[in-house]
Write a protein that binds this ligand. Structure first.
Ligand SMILES: Cc1cc2nc3c(=O)[nH]c(=O)nc-3n(C[C@H](O)[C@H](O)[C@H](O)COP(=O)(O)OP(=O)(O)OC[C@H]3O[C@@H](n4cnc5c(N)ncnc54)[C@H](O)[C@@H]3O)c2cc1C
Length: 472
């Protein structure tokens, strides 16, 4: 590639903090609240104008598999507060002891406003519309980050940086070793999951749609249906989507339907970090969405007067980069429910995989530990990963990138960052027992070793029953 010289210049320091959290998705929310609640100055740098990450910018307003026996601490606070503020739309977590295999849905707008309040209450400093564009790195030690915002380019200095960007943006841009592909098994090795999205339709007559579904049980099962409609539209060249059926959620807000099930598969050599692939994916997803909307509006009773209410700010780029940590969480760890001495969070999530050929597979696993070493960069000091940036192979990543494990690894990263900043040690040197005890003291679930047999037994039964059910 041809190059030009960018002139060197002094960059003003915008602020100094103990902990800098880059990215305000579920992982960044967990990290920021944990860090500030542990008594250190904490700043969140977020590219868009609200917290929530994909939960709000991409309308992934679902906490899957919430189970207070598995996750605890900040995620419990967040869900309880959402409940208090009337922001929960489907409260699976409250209906059963745990909500394994069900989802807790919430209202993105209530969530955004509530998170602003929670951050203010915890004394977290927020910088919205601000992008972390690089790291200030001396040898292998991070001293802060460079940011760009409407006021210009600045530096933020800090003792520990949590990269919760969902794509290891800070690590990648600071030439910290990252992983992407090549850690999968079998034919998926070296491949990437594609991009995805959801969209909302308003003006829906839900009663009419429900009646239609009831009268057509051969076509509709719960959320899934419209099979012959899709087959015919595909044959006529009127449908641009990869699924054989439609997925339509109603009952979240009156008159609103949420449509999902879109995928832009990535062929070999195409990636979520290549801007031309990203642009092509955006355009293709929009085509999928509009052909789906036209199909629904023109053919399904209840949608005659509907319109597209909302699409995403960013689609889901399922896997881009993640930090290469001191340990790579592996496929066998999550299937066997492995315990680790340095565990900092537990996950009950299985791999949710969108394959290169458009197939979608969800696999059930056992509750498993996430070791602290998956959060600690193998080479760079003062850098911690959280959420979708943790060090994991293809399958473990496909599971633990989800919202609940992301918020829990965020809580662990924020707590570790605060302790390291307070004790003036690098996160790598932090006493793991101190971290685990601090997390336990703040309500987090730290390891499967702490779980009662009754909880693990229940999951074991589910695992045995579902382990061969792959396709969803
Ligand atoms: C359509 C869709 C459906 C989904 N369904 C579910 C579901 O049902 N259940 C579930 O649990 N999960 C679901 N997910 C996945 C889930 O949303 C993600 O796995 C989760 O949000 C990851 O959390 P995170 O905090 O690690 O990253 P993200 O949510 O990606 O957050 C990262 C944040 O960092 C910001 N950022 C990125 N780079 C920078 C930078 N350089 N500087 C500043 N800020 C930056 C981004 O703007 C973003 O706010 C879905 C996702 C999508 C899009």
């Amino acid at each position: 590639m041809k190059t030009v010289l960018e002139p060197q210049k002094d960059v003003p320091v915008f602020l100094e903090a103990d902990v800098i959290v880059v990215g305000g998705g579920p992982a960044g929310i967990g990290a920021a609240l944990a860090s500030a609640r542990n008594g250190v100055q904490t700043v969140v740098v977020e590219k868009f104008g609200a917290l929530g990450g994909m939960q709000t910018h991409s309308m992934s307003s679902t906490f899957s598999l919430i189970d207070p026996a598995i996750q605890g601490g900040i995620i419990t606070d967040v869900i309880s507060r959402l409940r208090e503020e009337g922001g929960i739309q489907r409260d699976a977590a409250a209906k059963t002891r745990h909500a394994a295999f069900t989802s807790t849905n919430f209202d993105c707008e209530v969530y955004k406003a509530m998170l602003d309040d929670m951050m203010a209450e915890a004394n977290v400093r927020l910088l919205y519309h601000t992008t972390g564009v690089g790291a200030i790195k001396e040898n292998n030690v991070l001293r802060g980050i460079f940011i760009e915002c409407i006021e210009g380019r600045f530096a933020i200095l800090g003792k520990v940086i949590v990269d919760s960007t969902g794509n290891a943006d800070i690590a990648w841009k600071s030439r910290t070793p990252c992983m992407d592909d090549g850690h999968g098994r079998g034919p998926k090795k070296g491949r990437h999951m594609g991009f995805g999205c959801r969209f909302y339709i308003s003006g829906v007559d839900e009663d009419k749609f429900a009646k239609f579904k009831k009268e057509n049980p051969e076509e509709w099962t719960g959320l899934y249906g419209g099979r012959s409609l899709v087959t015919q539209a595909k044959a006529d060249g009127r449908y641009h989507g990869y699924r054989e059926s439609l997925i339509i959620h109603t009952g979240r807000k009156p008159g609103i339907a949420m449509i999902e099930g879109f995928n832009y598969p990535l062929a070999d050599g195409h990636h979520g970090w290549k801007i031309e692939d990203v642009t092509a994916g955006e355009i293709d997803l929009r085509k999928q969405v509009w052909s789906t909307f036209k199909l629904i509006k023109g053919n399904i009773p209840g949608f005659e007067n509907s319109s597209v209410e909302k699409t995403w700010t960013i689609p889901i780029f399922r896997d881009t980069h993640r930090i290469l940590g001191e340990y790579i969480l592996a496929e066998e760890d999550i299937y066997t429910g492995r315990a680790f001495d340095d565990s900092i969070a537990v996950s009950n999530m299985g791999p949710d995989i969108y394959g290169p050929d458009g197939e979608h597979v969800y696999e059930v696993v056992r509750p498993h530990d996430i070791p602290y070493r998956c959060l600690v960069s193998k080479e760079t000091d003062n850098l911690l990963a959280a959420g979708a940036t943790i060090s994991a192979d293809f399958y473990a990543f496909a599971a633990d990138r989800y919202c609940a494990p992301s918020m829990c690894t965020g809580q662990a990263a924020g707590t570790a960052a605060a302790l390291a900043a307070r004790l003036n040690v690098t996160p790598r040197k932090l006493d793991i027992k101190l971290l685990q005890d601090t997390l336990r003291g703040q309500g987090a679930r730290v390891t499967v070793k702490d779980m009662p047999e009754s909880v693990l037994g229940e999951y074991e039964t589910r695992f045995e029953k579902n382990k061969n059910i792959a396709d969803v």
